[in-house]
Design a protein around this ligand. Structure first.
Ligand SMILES: [Zn+2]
Length: 391
């Protein structure tokens, strides 16, 4: 694993900056991932926040910009107690992929692989490595698992710049007590994904951010970043029930509404809420104030319905986001502009299982099989299994 050389910023007590240089870039096209660190290295809790792993999802970058303004002030006041790592732009490869004026930040253009999928799952290796070393001290087991996870990750030899980038980011995540991965959806209300093993641990974060929905699943399929950070812990708990093993890393993906929800007021309010979370976890001194109520209880990701278009056409939504849809209700109409009799050119798009309507596609021209809306019921839907995330 790469050791980062941090350079301290002179006018602040603890703030430091380091760049991870992505290996094997094209000649003359060096890329780097910039890290900001607050607090004394090794202090706990260690909180890792990154944005724009899907490089075309911009709100998180602005939120972390505002969060760093707050952390700079806290650092000047010597209020930083934990170690906080901020990576405002986690994916320089995706940031630089453009086709005819449109950014392509979700998939690596060379391989077609989603930048937030296919992270190595360290569970199997860890179950073997720590087997004979676990003892009856939860804190010692946690340290053992953290160190072993870093070693196992370091043993993986990446073959491409994208794999090296994923390995590096995962290395930052797995050493941390809390991992907050900032994304956004297309058009959406603020929502979170996390594992049942990190719930209700993240319930204060969700309510502080005024998340409209929390989706819980331990294995969504596709190996996204957050699960690669947290899943080894729950797998080890399951593998060794007789040993005290606490969840050493809680990870969440936060969808900061839709891609167009970028604004100074909105982002600085989100940053202030993340800052309050850091205060609640004693990573920063200070009073976070009172906690708003959670909008609704968390729901299983297995309650998700992804409403697809049966054919090409134009979508016109009947239902607004934020509505609880009943099974059998029409969410949108699909208009076929080629219908010979326009009176027969409207197809109702009906939700089968219903649920809280929280995200939809922005482009109104859709093709057959396109996911046009997502809603989540408060119970698992029979037959709903991984993979459950969008491609
Ligand atoms: Zn994303």
């Amino acid at each position: 694993m790469t050791h980062l050389e941090y350079r301290k910023l002179e006018d602040l007590p603890t703030k430091a900056v380091a760049d991870f240089i992505l290996p094997w870039s094209m000649p003359g096209a060096e890329m780097k991932i910039r890290h900001f660190r607050y607090g004394i290295p090794g202090s706990r809790p260690r909180v890792y926040l990154q944005a724009s792993l899907h490089a075309d999802e911009i709100p998180g970058m602005l939120v972390l910009h505002h969060l760093m303004r707050l952390l700079d002030t806290a650092d000047r006041a010597r209020h930083i107690r934990g170690e906080i790592i901020i990576v405002p732009a986690a994916n320089p490869m995706g940031l630089s992929q453009w086709t005819f004026g449109t950014q392509q930040g979700r998939f690596e253009s060379k391989s077609g692989i989603n930048f937030n999928r296919d992270y190595p799952c360290l569970s199997e290796a860890l179950v073997k490595t720590v087997k004979d070393q676990l003892n009856d001290e939860a804190s010692e087991n946690r340290e053992l698992i953290r160190q072993s996870a870093l070693t196992e990750l370091g043993n993986i030899q990446p073959k491409t710049p994208a794999e090296a980038m994923k390995q590096h980011l995962l290395g930052e995540g797995i050493q941390s007590d809390y991992v907050i991965d900032l994304h956004c959806d297309d058009i959406a209300l603020l929502h979170l994904y996390t594992s049942p093993s990190s719930w209700p641990e993240f319930s204060d974060l969700a309510s502080q951010l005024r998340a409209e929905l929390v989706l819980l699943e331990s294995v969504s399929g596709g190996d996204p970043f957050d699960e690669a950070c947290s899943r080894p812990w729950s797998d080890l708990v399951a593998a060794y029930p007789k040993h005290p093993i606490l969840q050493g890393c809680h990870a969440t993906t936060i969808e900061l509404r839709g891609g167009q929800d970028v604004g100074q007021d909105l982002s600085s309010a989100d940053a202030a809420n993340l800052f309050r979370f850091l205060q609640r976890r004693k990573a920063v001194l200070g009073n976070p104030g009172s906690l708003p109520e959670l909008s609704r209880p968390a729901r299983p990701l297995k309650g998700l319905e992804q409403l697809c278009s049966p054919q090409a056409g134009i979508t016109v939504f009947r239902k607004p986001l934020g509505e609880e849809i009943n099974p059998g209700e029409t969410v949108a109409d699909l208009i076929d502009p080629h219908a010979e009799d326009p009176r027969n050119g409207t197809i109702p798009l009906i939700s089968e299982s219903g649920g809280f309507f929280y995200a939809r596609k922005s482009n109104h021209l859709v093709g057959a099989g396109d996911i046009i809306a997502r809603m989540c019921a408060d119970h698992p839907i029979q037959g709903r299994n991984a993979p459950m995330l969008s491609p």
